[in-house]
Design a protein around this ligand. Structure first.
Ligand SMILES: [Zn+2]
Length: 260
């Protein structure tokens, strides 16, 4: 299997996955979205809430705020050495203590751990009118996208690599190239090329007169995109996904050997 990076930023990575199959690509997609541990607010202890929102709604909003943390520093509460009681290795407390008039933003969540913070400072949580008070402590711990969508670290997708085949000269080649929504097409005489922007929409096939363009997807080659929606970088998500995939495969091998 080959991996070639097409484009990479801190939050988004696009790469070419070659010599593989749809089952493998799909397993990697699912693992990268739902099996990587992420930190999110799990419970909130509200001591004063004069706002128009119920405690539950505020707790829900806090849970949706992405947090920046170091993966290696945290343990799942269930497997932590504190046996689920809660300690600095499995839990982070965020305190809010604000008096109106003001808007409470994500930056008002004061973390008990200096290495853990909110990813964005300016996410509005609730508005406080004159003399209204919001005072609470929110506990964040590790979870995965399989437990709850708030722990999801990324949106991942892949598409088949486009293959173009010309069955003869395309008489209206210029028109087809111009009308391609992604400008991914290049036809000269009886030769055609498509770039990785092609999403197999088949618009050129529909437009070609006579009907002599064929665009199909290669089921051994994929254009894979991982976009982070959490405090983790796209690269961290990809390397974690590969590590988890490997562990799962090793577990499967062990299980099969046990049966034998
Ligand atoms: Zn613990």
């Amino acid at each position: 299997m080959k991996v070639n990076i097409i484009d990479k930023t801190d939050k988004k990575i696009t790469f070419l996955l070659e010599d593989t199959n749809p089952q493998f690509a799909n397993a990697l997609r699912r693992i990268s979205m739902t099996e990587i541990p992420n930190l999110a607010v799990q419970t909130a202890d509200v001591s004063k809430n004069d706002t128009v929102l119920y405690d539950e709604i505020i707790a829900h909003r806090l849970a949706m705020i992405p947090l920046v943390f170091k993966q290696k520093d945290f343990e799942f509460k269930q497997t932590c050495k504190c046996e689920g009681k809660g300690c600095s290795q499995c839990e982070v407390v965020f305190a809010i203590n604000k008096k109106g008039p003001c808007t409470v933003y994500s930056k008002d969540m004061k973390s008990s751990n200096p290495d853990v913070s909110v990813l964005y400072d300016n996410i509005p949580i609730v508005e406080l009118k004159e003399d209204q008070v919001l005072k609470l402590e929110a506990m964040a711990n590790l979870g995965t996208g399989r437990d709850h969508a708030k722990f999801k670290v990324a949106i991942s997708s892949y598409r088949y690599y486009p293959i173009i085949k010309l069955l003869g000269d395309v008489k209206n080649a210029d028109e087809c190239m111009k009308l391609c929504p992604k400008s991914a097409l290049d036809i000269k005489g009886s030769k055609g090329n498509v770039t990785t922007d092609c999403d197999l929409c088949q618009e050129c096939v529909r437009l070609a007169q006579p009907n002599n363009i064929q665009i199909t997807g290669d089921n051994t080659k994929f254009i894979f995109t991982i976009e982070s929606i959490s405090g983790l970088s796209a690269e961290e998500i990809l390397t974690s996904a590969v590590k988890i995939f490997k562990e799962k495969a090793q577990e499967l091998v062990k299980d099969i050997q046990r049966i034998k």
